[in-house]
Design a protein around this ligand. Structure first.
Ligand SMILES: O=P(O)(O)OC[C@H]1O[C@](O)(COP(=O)(O)O)[C@@H](O)[C@@H]1O
Ligand SMILES: [Mn+2]
Length: 657
């Protein structure tokens, strides 16, 4: 125990006085020290890293339910010797989807009471194993109120213990007899999942392309412990929620591109009527071929709807190009003049000059463009975007989700000596950090990212203030110096208006080449105040083309890129359905997942996402809480509690009895 002299105690007297209100006696302070010291020796909790979810809520839910394979591992560890593979799969799907599985069992099982008793018995075993890493108090906090007492009894009673066997069995039988088995199974399955993964990291891009980012956000808000590093698609929605017109038009364009209207209308209550009527009138007779939505195999959309979606898609794309042009004109300091393309179109011969090359346009109808001032919105376009903006600003649900993004999110995060961010760090080709001028001051590396994050927060929280600009949120979406984006340009206009693929190319910034070198990765870790020998960088953003032999582990293990592509639209390219990372007390594990089929298949056929787990790094000594950030915090608390104990003993602070 730390010893302190009177002088030291007097120097901290005010703080100790405050602390003594929570721990008023020697005995209370000593008990807390004993508790905290014992926690330090427990194994480190399991962290789960997911990224680039892109609205794929079903696959996300599944990975949350199976903990990237950790739940099944636990079943095998606890009951593997006694159960067949089928029984293991059945128990796993019961834990993942208890409601659905119970329904199925009721339809099929003849002796339901037996099934209930056996299943409850097995679930308790798995739950006991999952809870063994934690203090009783932490487990208690994870229990649902209704069953807290019973689950606690069952977890801490041993069915083999003499005298207690009947007691234990009686509890289970009574649960079944009183028709409480379904609720009990649902409750204990949730506890198992919750205890299996202690903390969740989302490395960005919850939004866009898939149908249910709002469903994912609801899950995250209800999660017991999660953080988010903003991806470029998240900041786009954050900008839209701040009322930024360029961001709003991008958000709508992407939703229309993938025919995801549910998120806007049902998810966030955005009124699309003004855009629909405007598009129908303005693009009447135009089949808007290039703007037909990209549908996935299971999307069924009638032709008439496709026609309307295509018209709306074209209308909002043209509005977006105009708004972005104006933003670039308003911000010469962004140095994005190469993105001024609307005025490089020759509206007589339908060509566009990009750099020194001239390309043929694939479109000829621009009913709202005045070639003299092509970036000017027509009065109708202005009215449409203003009405949409109103809807975004007034959507309570959207604002709630975005406030959560700000509360639990950041551009980068340091967590247990790992550095987490979505895309990149601005760097020069020579390997040094790139200086970027913001608000008249040049900054690099960590300082730069801190400044950018502060500006993002100011832009959103000042959204109702006069003269507040939200343009910086758009900058973070698509600027080459944005750590959330990391490409030299976002070639959206070229991709829509020119068939030639040459100008579509977006090049990754120097970070991507440099960071493959171990020395650069270590330099970045050091810049962010982490130990380069033991730390890792964890990124998403870039789909890892496993099919083409790409490896997600780079820089000699210092960098992990875990975007394997949850996005269905990208699975052809990547060849898998996503990577997730697990960091437990034994080390770092990388799980690669094959595409998720459906909840039905998972429940009926016990088909899990097939996941391959490989060890990235194994620690020599099992990591304890003492080795984590929480551990450092606890040690600080212990230090002050020991100081308080000294103060009690030396009479600097009196016990409050
Ligand atoms: O394939 P899509 O949906 O048309 O999107 C292409 C655009 O998405 C981006 O790749 C950004 O999205 P990601 O952050 O998911 O990579 C842009 O660079 C590109 O212009
Ligand atoms: Mn991204």
């Amino acid at each position: 125990m730390n010893q302190f002299n009177v002088k030291e105690l007097i120097a901290e007297q005010d703080y100790l006085e405050l602390l003594s209100r929570r721990f008023p006696t020697i005995s209370k302070a000593a008990t807390e020290v004993i508790n905290l010291k014992s926690i330090l020796n427990l194994p480190k909790g399991t962290e789960h890293f997911l990224t680039d979810l892109h609205g794929e809520y079903e696959a996300f839910n599944h990975v949350m339910n199976n903990g990237s394979g950790v739940v099944k591992r636990r079943i095998i560890d606890t009951l593997g010797k006694f159960l067949s593979q089928n029984e293991i799969n059945d128990l796993a799907s019961l834990i993942y989807y208890p409601e659905e599985k119970l329904q199925l069992v009721k339809d099929q099982e003849e002796n339901l009471s037996d099934w209930y008793e056996i299943s409850i018995y097995r679930l308790i075993q798995v739950c006991r194993d999952a809870s063994s890493k934690y203090t009783r108090s932490k487990v208690r906090k994870a229990l649902p109120v209704d069953f807290a007492y019973i689950i606690e009894e069952l977890l801490h009673e041993d069915e083999y213990r003499f005298n207690k066997k009947d007691y234990y069995n009686q509890i289970i039988q009574t649960i079944v007899e009183l028709d409480r088995a379904d609720d009990f199974i649902i409750a204990i399955s949730a506890v198992i999942k919750r205890l299996t993964v202690d903390h969740l990291h989302i490395i960005g891009d919850v939004y866009d392309r898939g149908p249910g980012p709002h469903i994912i956000m609801d899950t995250l808000i209800n999660h017991h412990s999660a953080d988010i590093q903003w991806g470029n698609h998240d900041i786009l929605w954050m900008g839209a929620a701040a009322g930024d017109r360029s961001c709003i038009s991008n958000v709508l364009r992407i939703s229309l591109r993938y025919a995801n209207m549910d998120i806007l209308e049902e998810g966030y209550g955005i009124n699309l009527f003004p855009l629909a009527t405007f598009a129908m009138n303005t693009y009447q007779g135009d089949n808007c071929q290039k703007f037909k939505p990209k549908l996935s195999a299971d999307d069924i959309v009638p032709d008439a709807d496709i026609d309307l979606l295509a018209k709306m898609h074209k209308a909002i794309s043209i509005i977006q190009f105009k708004l972005e042009h104006e933003t670039v004109l308003n911000h010469p300091e962004y140095e994005m003049q190469d993105r001024l393309l609307l005025d490089k179109i020759n509206y007589d011969d339908y060509t566009i000059t990009i750099g020194s090359d001239v390309y043929k346009l694939n479109l000829r109808t621009f009913p709202t463009i005045d070639p003299k001032e092509p970036w000017k919105l027509t009065a109708e376009e202005k009215s449409v975007i203003d009405k949409l903006r109103y809807s975004f600003l007034k959507s309570e649900k959207l604002q709630k989700h975005i406030r959560f993004m700000f509360a639990k999110g950041s551009i980068y995060l340091r967590y247990n000596n790992n550095l987490l961010f979505h895309a990149s760090i601005p760097m020069n080709p020579d390997g040094t950090f790139k200086k970027i001028k913001l608000k008249g001051l040049e900054k690099t590396g960590k300082e730069l990212l801190d400044q950018m994050e502060q500006m993002a927060r100011e832009a959103y929280f000042g959204r109702e203030k006069k003269n507040n600009s939200t343009d910086f949120l758009w900058y973070l979406w698509c600027h080459q110096d944005s750590p959330l984006f990391g490409k030299d340009k976002m070639a959206t206009l070229e991709r829509y208006l020119v068939d030639d693929k040459k100008p579509h190319k977006e090049n990754y910034t120097p970070y991507y080449l440099l960071v493959n070198e171990e020395k650069t990765a270590k330099m970045i870790l050091e810049e962010f105040g982490l130990d380069p020998e033991t730390g890792h960088i964890i990124n998403g953003h870039v789909p890892v083309k496993v099919g083409k032999g790409e490896n997600p582990i780079k820089a000699n293990g210092k960098l992990l890129v875990i975007d394997g592509g949850f996005a269905k639209a990208y699975q052809k390219e990547t060849g898998i359905a996503g990577y997730t990372l697990i960091y437990n007390s034994y080390g770092l594990l990388l799980a690669s997942h094959e595409p998720f089929e459906s909840v039905e298949k998972a429940v009926n056929d016990g088909i899990d996402i097939r996941s391959t787990v490989r060890v990235v790094e194994k620690v020599v000594d099992r990591k304890k809480i003492s080795d984590t950030d929480i551990g450092s915090n606890l040690k600080k608390q212990i230090y002050y509690l020991e100081m308080l104990l000294s103060a009690f003993h030396k009479g600097v602070i009196k016990e409050k009895i």
